[in-house]
Write a protein that binds this ligand. Structure first.
Ligand SMILES: Nc1nc2c(ncn2[C@@H]2O[C@H](COP(=O)(O)OP(=O)(O)OP(=O)(O)O)[C@@H](O)[C@H]2O)c(=O)[nH]1
Ligand SMILES: [Mg+2]
Length: 288
Protein backbone atom coordinates (compact mmCIF):
# COMPACT_ATOMS: atom_id res chain seq x y z
CA UNK A 1 0.00 0.00 0.00
CA UNK A 2 0.93 3.61 -0.49
CA UNK A 3 -0.58 6.33 1.67
CA UNK A 4 0.06 9.97 2.39
CA UNK A 5 -0.91 13.60 2.46
CA UNK A 6 -0.95 15.55 -0.80
CA UNK A 7 -1.61 19.22 -0.18
CA UNK A 8 -2.53 21.84 -2.76
CA UNK A 9 -1.00 25.33 -2.53
CA UNK A 10 -1.24 28.42 -4.69
CA UNK A 11 -2.42 31.98 -5.09
CA UNK A 12 -6.12 32.80 -4.62
CA UNK A 13 -8.21 31.83 -7.67
CA UNK A 14 -5.58 29.46 -9.16
CA UNK A 15 -8.21 26.70 -9.16
CA UNK A 16 -7.18 24.70 -6.06
CA UNK A 17 -10.73 23.88 -5.01
CA UNK A 18 -11.74 23.03 -8.57
CA UNK A 19 -8.75 20.68 -8.72
CA UNK A 20 -9.63 19.00 -5.42
CA UNK A 21 -13.14 18.32 -6.72
CA UNK A 22 -11.78 17.03 -10.05
CA UNK A 23 -9.35 14.67 -8.30
CA UNK A 24 -12.12 13.34 -6.07
CA UNK A 25 -14.82 13.23 -8.76
CA UNK A 26 -17.06 14.83 -6.17
CA UNK A 27 -17.81 18.40 -5.11
CA UNK A 28 -16.35 18.82 -1.64
CA UNK A 29 -14.86 22.30 -1.89
CA UNK A 30 -16.75 25.41 -2.89
CA UNK A 31 -15.66 27.35 -5.97
CA UNK A 32 -16.26 30.90 -7.16
CA UNK A 33 -14.77 33.34 -9.67
CA UNK A 34 -13.77 35.59 -6.75
CA UNK A 35 -10.48 35.39 -4.85
CA UNK A 36 -10.27 34.10 -1.25
CA UNK A 37 -13.26 31.80 -1.54
CA UNK A 38 -11.70 29.01 0.55
CA UNK A 39 -11.09 29.82 4.22
CA UNK A 40 -10.38 26.38 5.70
CA UNK A 41 -8.17 23.42 5.03
CA UNK A 42 -10.43 20.83 3.43
CA UNK A 43 -9.24 17.24 3.60
CA UNK A 44 -10.59 14.83 1.01
CA UNK A 45 -9.79 11.15 1.25
CA UNK A 46 -9.21 9.18 -1.94
CA UNK A 47 -8.99 5.42 -1.42
CA UNK A 48 -8.54 2.59 -3.91
CA UNK A 49 -7.11 -0.94 -3.73
CA UNK A 50 -3.49 0.25 -3.87
CA UNK A 51 -3.37 3.60 -2.15
CA UNK A 52 -4.95 6.17 0.09
CA UNK A 53 -4.33 9.81 -0.72
CA UNK A 54 -5.46 12.50 1.68
CA UNK A 55 -5.72 15.59 -0.49
CA UNK A 56 -5.98 19.00 1.16
CA UNK A 57 -7.40 22.10 -0.42
CA UNK A 58 -6.07 25.23 1.27
CA UNK A 59 -6.88 28.96 1.23
CA UNK A 60 -5.03 30.99 -1.39
CA UNK A 61 -1.79 32.41 -0.05
CA UNK A 62 -2.07 36.12 0.83
CA UNK A 63 -0.56 38.75 3.12
CA UNK A 64 -2.93 38.74 6.16
CA UNK A 65 -4.88 41.94 6.89
CA UNK A 66 -7.41 40.63 9.41
CA UNK A 67 -7.42 37.98 12.11
CA UNK A 68 -9.58 35.93 9.73
CA UNK A 69 -6.75 36.07 7.18
CA UNK A 70 -4.29 34.95 9.85
CA UNK A 71 -6.49 31.92 10.56
CA UNK A 72 -6.59 31.19 6.84
CA UNK A 73 -2.79 31.32 6.63
CA UNK A 74 -2.57 29.03 9.68
CA UNK A 75 -4.54 26.50 7.63
CA UNK A 76 -1.88 26.81 4.93
CA UNK A 77 0.88 26.42 7.50
CA UNK A 78 -0.61 23.27 9.03
CA UNK A 79 -0.89 21.82 5.52
CA UNK A 80 2.80 22.57 4.94
CA UNK A 81 3.73 20.68 8.08
CA UNK A 82 2.17 17.31 7.25
CA UNK A 83 2.49 17.21 3.46
CA UNK A 84 4.20 14.19 1.88
CA UNK A 85 3.80 15.72 -1.57
CA UNK A 86 2.98 19.33 -2.48
CA UNK A 87 0.95 20.30 -5.51
CA UNK A 88 1.93 23.85 -6.46
CA UNK A 89 -0.86 25.22 -8.58
CA UNK A 90 -0.25 28.14 -10.94
CA UNK A 91 -2.62 29.86 -13.36
CA UNK A 92 -1.41 29.40 -16.95
CA UNK A 93 -2.77 32.79 -17.99
CA UNK A 94 -0.69 34.73 -15.46
CA UNK A 95 2.99 35.54 -15.65
CA UNK A 96 4.69 32.96 -13.40
CA UNK A 97 6.93 35.15 -11.24
CA UNK A 98 4.42 35.94 -8.50
CA UNK A 99 3.44 32.30 -7.97
CA UNK A 100 7.12 31.40 -8.28
CA UNK A 101 8.01 33.74 -5.41
CA UNK A 102 5.24 32.28 -3.25
CA UNK A 103 6.37 28.70 -3.95
CA UNK A 104 10.00 29.52 -3.10
CA UNK A 105 8.92 31.17 0.16
CA UNK A 106 7.19 27.93 1.23
CA UNK A 107 10.65 26.38 1.70
CA UNK A 108 9.27 22.93 0.97
CA UNK A 109 11.08 19.89 2.28
CA UNK A 110 8.92 17.43 0.35
CA UNK A 111 8.71 16.68 -3.37
CA UNK A 112 6.63 19.23 -5.29
CA UNK A 113 4.71 18.77 -8.48
CA UNK A 114 4.12 22.08 -10.24
CA UNK A 115 0.68 22.01 -11.82
CA UNK A 116 -0.10 24.59 -14.49
CA UNK A 117 -3.87 25.02 -14.47
CA UNK A 118 -6.39 26.71 -16.79
CA UNK A 119 -4.53 25.39 -19.85
CA UNK A 120 -7.83 25.72 -21.73
CA UNK A 121 -7.43 29.52 -21.50
CA UNK A 122 -3.77 29.79 -22.56
CA UNK A 123 -2.14 29.69 -25.98
CA UNK A 124 0.76 27.30 -26.74
CA UNK A 125 3.36 30.08 -26.62
CA UNK A 126 2.14 31.27 -23.22
CA UNK A 127 2.09 27.70 -21.87
CA UNK A 128 5.63 27.06 -23.05
CA UNK A 129 6.86 30.21 -21.35
CA UNK A 130 5.24 29.29 -18.03
CA UNK A 131 6.44 25.68 -18.17
CA UNK A 132 10.00 26.78 -19.01
CA UNK A 133 10.00 29.15 -16.04
CA UNK A 134 8.90 26.55 -13.48
CA UNK A 135 11.13 23.79 -14.90
CA UNK A 136 14.12 25.86 -13.82
CA UNK A 137 12.97 26.24 -10.23
CA UNK A 138 14.76 24.09 -7.64
CA UNK A 139 11.54 22.94 -5.91
CA UNK A 140 10.05 21.56 -9.15
CA UNK A 141 10.40 17.76 -9.19
CA UNK A 142 7.81 17.30 -11.90
CA UNK A 143 5.57 19.55 -13.98
CA UNK A 144 2.16 18.94 -15.51
CA UNK A 145 -0.27 21.05 -17.51
CA UNK A 146 -3.97 20.59 -16.76
CA UNK A 147 -7.42 22.08 -16.91
CA UNK A 148 -9.14 21.34 -13.61
CA UNK A 149 -12.37 22.75 -15.00
CA UNK A 150 -12.40 20.53 -18.09
CA UNK A 151 -10.75 17.65 -16.15
CA UNK A 152 -7.94 17.29 -18.70
CA UNK A 153 -4.62 16.06 -17.35
CA UNK A 154 -6.18 15.15 -14.00
CA UNK A 155 -5.71 11.38 -14.45
CA UNK A 156 -2.06 11.90 -15.36
CA UNK A 157 -1.67 14.04 -12.25
CA UNK A 158 -3.20 11.35 -10.06
CA UNK A 159 -0.77 8.80 -11.51
CA UNK A 160 2.22 10.97 -10.87
CA UNK A 161 1.05 11.74 -7.31
CA UNK A 162 0.97 8.01 -6.55
CA UNK A 163 4.58 7.67 -7.74
CA UNK A 164 5.73 10.26 -5.20
CA UNK A 165 3.58 8.82 -2.38
CA UNK A 166 5.37 7.01 0.47
CA UNK A 167 4.66 3.37 1.38
CA UNK A 168 2.25 3.10 4.28
CA UNK A 169 -1.05 1.90 5.65
CA UNK A 170 -4.31 3.87 5.24
CA UNK A 171 -5.03 6.59 7.81
CA UNK A 172 -8.82 6.55 7.41
CA UNK A 173 -11.62 4.02 6.86
CA UNK A 174 -12.09 3.20 3.18
CA UNK A 175 -15.49 4.85 2.78
CA UNK A 176 -14.76 8.15 4.54
CA UNK A 177 -14.55 11.04 2.08
CA UNK A 178 -13.55 13.72 4.59
CA UNK A 179 -12.90 14.24 8.28
CA UNK A 180 -15.14 17.32 8.35
CA UNK A 181 -18.70 17.23 9.68
CA UNK A 182 -21.77 17.48 7.42
CA UNK A 183 -22.63 20.85 8.98
CA UNK A 184 -19.38 22.26 7.65
CA UNK A 185 -20.22 21.34 4.05
CA UNK A 186 -23.72 22.74 4.47
CA UNK A 187 -22.41 26.08 5.73
CA UNK A 188 -19.91 26.18 2.87
CA UNK A 189 -22.61 25.65 0.24
CA UNK A 190 -24.50 28.63 1.66
CA UNK A 191 -21.30 30.68 1.71
CA UNK A 192 -20.63 29.73 -1.91
CA UNK A 193 -23.96 31.20 -2.95
CA UNK A 194 -23.06 34.44 -1.15
CA UNK A 195 -19.86 34.56 -3.24
CA UNK A 196 -21.83 33.94 -6.43
CA UNK A 197 -24.80 36.26 -5.80
CA UNK A 198 -23.33 39.38 -4.19
CA UNK A 199 -20.65 41.79 -5.33
CA UNK A 200 -18.07 44.08 -3.77
CA UNK A 201 -17.13 43.44 -0.17
CA UNK A 202 -20.24 41.46 0.82
CA UNK A 203 -18.77 37.92 0.48
CA UNK A 204 -15.66 39.00 2.40
CA UNK A 205 -17.67 40.46 5.27
CA UNK A 206 -19.97 37.46 5.57
CA UNK A 207 -19.83 34.08 7.19
CA UNK A 208 -22.36 31.34 7.88
CA UNK A 209 -23.18 29.59 11.13
CA UNK A 210 -25.43 26.52 11.24
CA UNK A 211 -27.70 26.88 14.28
CA UNK A 212 -29.90 23.85 13.81
CA UNK A 213 -29.59 20.60 11.87
CA UNK A 214 -32.46 18.20 12.58
CA UNK A 215 -33.27 15.02 10.71
CA UNK A 216 -37.05 14.64 10.57
CA UNK A 217 -38.98 11.75 9.04
CA UNK A 218 -39.30 13.20 5.53
CA UNK A 219 -36.73 15.99 5.45
CA UNK A 220 -33.80 17.66 7.16
CA UNK A 221 -34.50 20.99 8.84
CA UNK A 222 -31.58 23.39 8.74
CA UNK A 223 -31.45 26.85 10.26
CA UNK A 224 -28.44 29.01 9.50
CA UNK A 225 -27.33 32.52 10.41
CA UNK A 226 -25.60 34.69 7.85
CA UNK A 227 -23.28 36.98 9.79
CA UNK A 228 -22.30 40.35 8.31
CA UNK A 229 -20.45 43.34 9.72
CA UNK A 230 -22.89 46.21 9.06
CA UNK A 231 -26.65 46.98 8.92
CA UNK A 232 -26.24 48.17 5.31
CA UNK A 233 -24.81 44.75 4.39
CA UNK A 234 -27.78 43.05 6.02
CA UNK A 235 -30.03 45.11 3.74
CA UNK A 236 -28.07 44.04 0.68
CA UNK A 237 -28.18 40.36 1.66
CA UNK A 238 -31.97 40.60 2.12
CA UNK A 239 -32.59 42.62 -1.05
CA UNK A 240 -35.78 44.52 -1.86
CA UNK A 241 -38.68 42.82 -0.12
CA UNK A 242 -36.39 39.87 0.68
CA UNK A 243 -35.90 39.06 -3.01
CA UNK A 244 -32.18 38.35 -2.81
CA UNK A 245 -32.23 36.15 0.28
CA UNK A 246 -35.03 34.08 -1.25
CA UNK A 247 -32.84 33.48 -4.30
CA UNK A 248 -29.90 32.65 -2.04
CA UNK A 249 -32.05 30.25 -0.03
CA UNK A 250 -33.37 28.45 -3.10
CA UNK A 251 -29.95 27.98 -4.71
CA UNK A 252 -28.32 26.87 -1.47
CA UNK A 253 -31.15 24.47 -0.65
CA UNK A 254 -30.92 22.79 -4.08
CA UNK A 255 -27.19 22.17 -3.62
CA UNK A 256 -27.60 21.00 -0.02
CA UNK A 257 -30.33 18.57 -1.09
CA UNK A 258 -28.04 17.15 -3.79
CA UNK A 259 -25.18 16.87 -1.28
CA UNK A 260 -27.26 15.21 1.45
CA UNK A 261 -29.48 13.18 -0.87
CA UNK A 262 -32.51 14.31 1.10
CA UNK A 263 -35.24 16.94 1.05
CA UNK A 264 -34.23 20.01 3.03
CA UNK A 265 -36.12 22.81 4.72
CA UNK A 266 -33.68 25.72 4.91
CA UNK A 267 -34.28 28.78 7.04
CA UNK A 268 -31.86 31.73 6.89
CA UNK A 269 -31.47 34.67 9.26
CA UNK A 270 -29.12 37.62 8.83
CA UNK A 271 -27.28 38.96 11.87
CA UNK A 272 -24.98 41.94 12.25
CA UNK A 273 -21.78 41.41 14.22
CA UNK A 274 -19.46 44.41 13.82
CA UNK A 275 -15.82 43.52 13.17
CA UNK A 276 -16.30 39.77 13.60
CA UNK A 277 -13.31 39.18 11.28
CA UNK A 278 -10.98 40.64 13.89
CA UNK A 279 -12.57 39.13 16.98
CA UNK A 280 -10.89 35.99 18.28
CA UNK A 281 -13.98 34.71 20.15
CA UNK A 282 -16.36 35.28 17.28
CA UNK A 283 -13.95 33.69 14.82
CA UNK A 284 -13.84 30.62 17.04
CA UNK A 285 -17.60 30.52 17.38
CA UNK A 286 -17.88 30.65 13.59
CA UNK A 287 -15.46 27.76 13.13
CA UNK A 288 -12.21 29.54 12.25
N1 LIG B 1 -11.19 28.16 -17.60
C1 LIG B 1 -10.85 27.56 -16.46
N2 LIG B 1 -11.30 28.04 -15.29
C2 LIG B 1 -10.93 27.39 -14.16
C3 LIG B 1 -10.08 26.25 -14.17
N3 LIG B 1 -9.91 25.85 -12.89
C4 LIG B 1 -10.61 26.72 -12.12
N4 LIG B 1 -11.22 27.64 -12.88
C5 LIG B 1 -12.08 28.76 -12.44
O1 LIG B 1 -11.29 29.64 -11.65
C6 LIG B 1 -12.09 30.23 -10.62
C7 LIG B 1 -11.45 29.99 -9.27
O2 LIG B 1 -11.50 28.60 -8.97
P1 LIG B 1 -11.34 28.05 -7.49
O3 LIG B 1 -11.23 26.57 -7.58
O4 LIG B 1 -12.37 28.63 -6.60
O5 LIG B 1 -9.90 28.68 -7.12
P2 LIG B 1 -9.10 28.57 -5.73
O6 LIG B 1 -7.67 28.46 -6.06
O7 LIG B 1 -9.68 27.48 -4.89
O8 LIG B 1 -9.41 29.99 -5.10
P3 LIG B 1 -9.35 30.44 -3.52
O9 LIG B 1 -10.19 29.48 -2.75
O10 LIG B 1 -9.92 31.81 -3.54
O11 LIG B 1 -7.90 30.42 -3.13
C8 LIG B 1 -13.47 29.61 -10.75
O12 LIG B 1 -14.28 30.48 -11.49
C9 LIG B 1 -13.22 28.33 -11.53
O13 LIG B 1 -14.31 27.89 -12.29
C10 LIG B 1 -9.63 25.75 -15.44
O14 LIG B 1 -8.92 24.76 -15.57
N5 LIG B 1 -10.04 26.45 -16.55
MG1 LIG C 1 -10.56 27.54 -3.07
Amino acid sequence: MKAGFVNIFGKPNAGKSTLLNALMGEKLAIVSPKVQTTRHRIKAIYTDAHCQIIFSDTPGIIEPRYKLHEKMMQAVKSSLEDADVALLLADATESPEESGAIFSALKLKVPAIVVINKADLAGPEQLKQVVDYFKQQPYCRHILVISALRKTGVDALLKSVVEFLPEGMPFYEGDDLSDLPTRFFVSELIREKIFLLYGDEIPYHATVLIQEFKEKSTLIKIQADIIVQRESQKGIILGEGGKMIRQLGTQARQDIEAFLGSKVFLELFVKVRPKWRDNEWQLREYGY
